[in-house]
Design a protein around this ligand. Sequence first.
Ligand code: GDP
Ligand code: MG
Length: 297
Amino acid sequence: MESVGILRGQPPETTAGPTEALRPHAGHGARVMPGPSHRPDSQLPPNPSSLSRATGVRVGVVLPVYNESKLIHQTFDAVLNFAATHPDYHFVFADDGSRDGTADMLRQRIARSGTKQVSLLAFPENRGKGRTVADAIFRSPGEVVCFTDGDLAYSLDHLPLLAESLERHDVAIGSRSLIPGPEKNTKLARRVLGWGFNRLARVIVGLPYRDTQAGLKGFRREAARQIFSRQLLGDFSFDVEAVFLAHKLGYRVGEIPARVSEAHSYKASKVNLLSDPLKMFVNLVRIRMMSLRGLYD
Ligand SMILES: Nc1nc2c(ncn2[C@@H]2O[C@H](COP(=O)(O)OP(=O)(O)O)[C@@H](O)[C@H]2O)c(=O)[nH]1
Ligand SMILES: [Mg+2]
């Protein structure tokens, strides 16, 4: 399968501009996400499409990271180990303005390791996880493109399962609900909020899935292009919006069990348990309204 740039007839570059050009809705006036104002400092090859063909990248993996300096060496070691036994995978770390040196650490590790299987896409300012993941997906090589949280909340062993599901589906999403209760490694408050949110997602935007929010998802390339070119919301609402778009566009969506690692349950989250659920509720209503107004068409 060809990559985004080839399909659109425009070679993707490592600057933010051309990515926006791939988005049919960019000049729509309804875009909620702020437009890119900076060139990313990127070590990605200039043309991910040619990389995909030249090196036979089958699975591209985007790892969003923000202020993860405490964990980044551990994550990088795990990625290098995985890459060594999976030569058809390519990883893109996606950082936007970490203030704790995460991007510098990654830059050094990539240079020192000499690996061709890991790249860094670093924006100078924080723009939110959703927007950064979407931009990295557009630039990532691979017949299929996945993203998974850069703090390795889900072990890399999940990736082959996602890729396998993408042989049968256009989109595959990780679901913590498919893991039995006691093994979920998620705090009770998050589980209750997650349950409530997914019920609301069912009622407000008609999604039949029990977990839209796990940071573990994969897409066939054309599905990724169709979905991420329509995205209007950044931040943590981008997950449910991506699943909503997959559903609305009629793509086959598969679910795989997503097991949160035990270590992750002790880690501080960037999700605010008071303000974020409220924002996400408002965003569900916005998704519904924007869909009714035809802004996703
Ligand atoms: N690039 C980028 N990554 C982010 C941002 N916010 C969170 N992340 C990353 O997204 C992943 C999930 O965030 P986290 O705070 O761990 O959320 P939680 O596990 O759901 O509590 C982690 O790897 C974070 O480093 C952001 O603004 N930009
Ligand atoms: Mg996390």
